[in-house]
Design a binder for this molecule. Structure first.
Ligand code: PAF
Length: 293
């Protein structure tokens, strides 16, 4: 595995591989790798000749009072994990390499999809994500780029950017990796106290229960939201719900009646740690077997 810090070195290595006809799979990350990241690398390994992983804690996607300074970092451990997944190139750029003095250009997907869900409490987050991802796409020029479904809104926003700006690559979305109790894997889980870690299992449990209600015929978005909120409130009394939403999976527009491809997404704070999770349900028909409302 080659460890690369500069854009010039990255471009030189990747230029040679591209000229040799090699396909490039790219996994952008902020490091502190967990099994979710490793599953993206494994999929990239299966589908490409060359696998590039970036490790960069991107300052522009953090708000002023967020956890940029304390975001967990462990470059040595990340390096070992990438080696064990047979990654070819680990790109570890310093901040000045990505945002040199005088940097002023941002890439922003405008419109409702960047104003709802996580954007309500993190208004500048997606502009930071699309800016760094666009820059990394320009540097790596991958054939395929791999993202986790856990960041469902991020995936939708990046797909929109790829379409609008004609990036010549395929976005591959990989399933959420979960701990044994269902908690979605996240680098931020390490912040949780033992009690909050135990409480946080209710997020997936409440989503799974909602999925069962829907399988049983429930089609009212507000009934689904109410059920999730009640379950979280009962299991984790000091949890603060940022949002629970039932939206169209492609546009992220709010739904009243569940139909088509839907996303049930939530963000909940346990102490200072804000966790997100979601489930996607495809092809819901207007008719239901059970008590339709
Ligand atoms: O999902 C993440 O880890 C980040 O948002 C990403 C895509 C690497 C951009 O910094």
């Amino acid at each position: 595995m080659e460890i690369v810090e500069s854009k010039t070195a990255l471009r030189t290595i990747l230029g040679k591989s591209r000229s040799a006809g090699k396909s490039i799979g790219f996994v952008p990350t902020m490091g502190f790798l967990h099994a979710g990241h490793l599953s993206l690398m494994r999929r990239a390994r299966q589908e490409n000749d060359l696998v590039v992983v970036s490790i960069f804690v991107n300052p522009t996607q953090f708000g002023p009072n967020e956890d940029l300074d304390t975001y967990p970092r462990d470059a040595d451990r990340d390096t070992e994990l990438m080696r064990s997944e047979n990654v070819d190139i680990a790109f570890f750029p310093p901040v000045e390499e990505i945002y040199p003095r005088g940097f002023t250009t941002f890439v922003a997907v405008e419109g409702p999809m960047t104003q709802v869900l996580c954007a309500t409490s993190r208004p500048t987050h997606f502009r930071g994500v699309t800016t760094i991802v666009a820059k990394l796409f320009n540097l790596v020029k991958p054939d395929k780029a791999y993202f986790g479904q856990k960041d469902a809104q991020q995936v939708v926003v990046i797909q929109q950017m790829v379409k609008d700006l004609d990036f010549d690559l395929q976005v591959v979305v990989c399933p959420i990796k979960r701990e044994a109790d269902g908690l979605a894997m996240s680098s931020r889980n390490t912040y949780l106290s033992p009690r909050h870690r135990a409480d946080a299992a209710v997020l997936f449990q409440s989503l799974a229960e909602a999925q069962q209600m829907i399988a049983g015929g429930e089609r009212s978005a507000s009934a689904v939201v109410r059920s999730i909120a009640t379950k979280i409130g009962a299991a984790a009394q000091d949890a603060i719900i940022d949002y629970i939403a039932v939206v169209d999976a492609e546009t992220l527009a709010d739904l009243e009646t569940l139909q088509g491809d839907i996303l049930i997404a939530l963000a909940v704070k346990f102490g200072k740690t804000r966790l997100i999770d979601n489930i996607r349900i495809k092809g819901l028909g207007p008719n239901c077997g059970g008590p339709c409302r």
